[in-house]
Design a protein around this ligand. Structure first.
Ligand SMILES: [Zn+2]
Length: 186
């Protein structure tokens, strides 16, 4: 049995269970009552938020890239997401219960790009002098920097919470590096 065959077998189980439980979402709801977060995470196969944080279907929008970093490309997608779902206007509550969670991790593959500044400069669309501030070899510093850069985006609703987490691939535990706080205080 190929890997794809195994995945397709699992998909049949998934479909049957979700259908029976009534948790399939055949269309994108206009209002998204269960969405609690946008999680920005790394593409690494070890750090899927559905596993690490136990997110269930419909609970979080997950955006993954190399490193779980705030890049121009990520921000572009975040902007499109706002258009698609009118996320900013449709998230209920707005009273500080909606989260943007930046989830980075130890032993991230992006650290292996540290010796390739041209590639990183292109990824972040920055000059070489700015590269050090991206802290690609230090996930705690990187997550703090990325949370700060989210707070600097005027288009994001001020009452949304931003958090920065680092997942330790050796222990399976997540550390809160940036405690949840509103993007802007009034
Ligand atoms: Zn990674």
């Amino acid at each position: 049995m190929s890997n794809l065959d195994k995945m397709l077998e699992r998909n049949k189980d998934f479909a049957a269970q979700q259908f029976a439980a009534g948790t399939l979402m055949p269309s994108l709801p206009r209002a998204l009552p269960n969405v609690k977060a946008i999680i920005i995470g790394c593409a690494d196969m070890r750090v899927d938020p559905a596993h690490v944080l136990g997110t269930k279907p419909g609970e979080a929008v997950v955006m993954r890239n190399i490193g779980g970093r705030i890049t121009p490309g990520l921000l572009e997608q975040l902007g499109l997401l706002g258009r698609i779902g009118d996320v900013a206007g449709e998230i209920p509550g707005g009273g500080g219960e909606f989260h943007i969670i930046v989830l980075q991790h130890t032993d991230c593959g992006i650290t292996r790009l540290a010796g390739d500044p041209a590639m990183l400069m292109d990824y972040f669309q920055i000059q070489e002098a700015e590269l050090k501030a991206k802290a690609v070899t230090d996930p705690r510093a990187a997550v703090a920097g990325d949370a700060a850069s989210l707070r600097a985006i005027p288009a994001l609703p001020g009452e949304w919470l931003v958090s920065g987490l680092v997942y330790d691939v050796a222990t399976g535990l997540v550390e809160i590096v940036v405690p949840p706080a509103p993007i802007r205080t009034a």
